[in-house]
Write a protein that binds this ligand. Sequence first.
Ligand code: PLP
Length: 364
Amino acid sequence: MPLVPRYIRDLARYKPGKPVEEVQRELGLKEVIKLASNESSLGPSPRALSAMREAMENVHRYPDSAGYALRKKLAEKFNVKIDNVILGSGSEGIMSTILRTFLLADDEIISAADSFIGFKVLAKSTGRKIHWVPMKQHRYDLEAMTRQINEYTKIIYIANPDNPMGTYITRREFDTFYAHVPERVLIILDEAYYEFAQHLEDFPDSMTYRYDNVITLRTFSKAYGLAGIRIGYGFAHEELILNLIKVKVPFEPSYLAQVAGYAALDDHAFLDNMLSINQSGMRFYREAFSELNIAYIPSATNFITTVWKSAEQAADITKRLLEKGIIVRHLASFGWPDCIRISIGLENENRKCVQALRSILQSK
Ligand SMILES: Cc1ncc(COP(=O)(O)O)c(C=O)c1O
């Protein structure tokens, strides 16, 4: 149909992980464990939940389009001005606004090939030229990315830590890279997994260096368990934020999302519990994988990606885990056909996943 631009026609539709109910129905299984979408294994933050329940009474009103209360709270927590903070329907909502706000007709984008698929879809839908730079040993190759910078470069996107590899760029690597990026280029630092990586000594927490051409994106979807309500936030120079706010969908994020984010920020007990469960789950998988001779990529997130001998083996393992009621993510459509990503779950979920893997490998 000539109405649809070519670059939109060519876009592949995003295939989300299989929902639990679908697997239960199709395979006739009672118990199904979903470790496929890097969601919270602990459910949502209870504080956010009760704040939303109370706020339900007011959903006949439009939300505060300036998101004042939550932006002010984030500004105080992270020691910036409210004018440096933006909210969005998830961090992906802000990514979308960024692409709509800053790109001129000939502007180009640089990112890593086969990094976060959400950005890939958004970037491709702009119809702009994009330089997808292959990763090196499952990590962003910042040196190669700087070599792609030209006079048209407008945006460089970095997921740090990355999804689906779980790897991160170090402070030193970022500093070297930053020195090669002209000031007219906007760097998006997507820190969706920040809470899980913050304890790493060489992790470059972007809040400790606020450059004028860097925008930080964070989310309540992962560590606070609010993926379904869609609330994310970002920090940048006030002029960037002012213009992003002009362009964003006026009432994004929703009222309940703003209320949930506000309450979640006070839920220290939930966050601590989440991080501790994640850490012990990560340790458990690493030990189990070493014992079972399963190759994996060390991860700074709430998931761990395993590497198999071939695409066929990865597809087969994924299918056989599914038959045992365990949904994991074969990364074929993400550009990593020999990899399977497993989200860290609760202790019993992780145990069942490893038991299933063990029995599949032993039955070969
Ligand atoms: C690297 C990365 N960025 C952003 C997101 C999306 O976050 P949000 O739910 O805030 O849109 C994800 C979710 O999987 C992600 O992995």
